[in-house]
Design a protein around this ligand. Sequence first.
Ligand code: FAD
Length: 386
Amino acid sequence: MINEVIVIGGGIIGSSITYHLAQEGIKVTLIEKGSIGNTGAASKASAGGLRENDRDSRELSLAQASLKRWSELEHELNADIEYSPVGQLKLFKEAHSKNQVKEIIDDNKNNGIESYLLDKNSIANEHPSISSDFPYGIFYPNGGHANSLLATTAFANAAKSLGAIIKTGEQVLNISYQNGEVIGVKTQNDLIPCDAVVNAAGIWSEVLHNSLQTEYKLPIKPRIPQMSATFPAPQLINTVISVEGTKLSLKQTKDGKLRAGGGYDSGPGHNKFTGTYSEKSLTEQRKAVLSVLPEAQSYAVDFTYNGAEAESIDGVPIIGGVPDLKNYFLATGFSGHGFTLAPAIGQYIAELIQDKENTLTINGLNIERFRDGAKFYENRGRGHPG
Ligand SMILES: Cc1cc2nc3c(=O)[nH]c(=O)nc-3n(C[C@H](O)[C@H](O)[C@H](O)COP(=O)(O)OP(=O)(O)OC[C@H]3O[C@@H](n4cnc5c(N)ncnc54)[C@H](O)[C@@H]3O)c2cc1C
């Protein structure tokens, strides 16, 4: 019987898991080495895009279950998280025929994803600031965006109000285990016993995991995408925009800033988990922004920022138990698209820990899929941006 759980990592994933465990009356402690939504980690830098489109089939049910939850979260967590249900618009260039775009919409329908076709006229009517270079678009009404730092903090605060202990400024140095069973964690201050540990430490989960005695190594690598934000502009767009065949993801946040992301990498940092400003990356990203939104020319880039995401070998998360280590759970490797999934992941892991029947059906996302060893794809992409 599991009564006391330690969650390592106060990003959106660890915070959501802590909240869901606290809701179930489990005694849970979240340990975060910095602050909730720590600087340099993925959740603070996240573009906060919410989408079900362009998902690997293994994580689609998580995205869909999460989107239903996002629409209720401000109320549930009693916090403003700047939730904006503005949909997602994917634009297509001349190279795509109408039939090709329609095929995608048919495919979406078969996967339970709501979407509809926009032609040049409807793009111009509904989104007049968008360049006329795009003959077609697909609009996904169930997407949108939220403020990732506010959402992360909201989960942690709600967990605390339900009795969870939130320790910040405390680093887990290693996970303690005995006879194939996890028994606690060691921090710089303490040796804390518990019945189960959840490793939700983002890209740093690899270091903690790979010091454990398990035949399952964690195949994740750091990726540090660079975001940019302009000075505030009047409202130019009211949806999240991406362009087929490019990395761009673009939105306008509540503060008026045009925020561009989508996998334009930072320059090398002082270690593999950090990045530095890359002019080349910004130039490429800015060019992509202007090709979609020419009026953005009047709004210069105010600042750039980045965060380290844990990219898994196959671009989808690694969640669940580890066969040869009892009471140890992973929730990591969310790559460039884990923000959306946080509500469902919290619920899923909380149910798993309590050995309850899972209300979400998830297949093929646990670490056992790497049983026979794994190599990173040579040219692994980031998949769809944001
Ligand atoms: C620039 C960027 C844009 C993105 N845009 C989108 C988007 O639009 N939509 C979307 O769905 N996803 C997006 N993502 C991906 C999404 O943000 C991530 O998948 C998600 O934030 C991962 O959250 P996490 O909690 O797993 O990791 P993190 O946020 O990295 O959190 C891990 C935490 O663990 C802590 N930690 C690490 N080691 C220890 C230790 N030893 N002891 C204690 N604490 C420790 C860290 O300090 C950190 O706070 C984006 C990511 C980036 C970087």
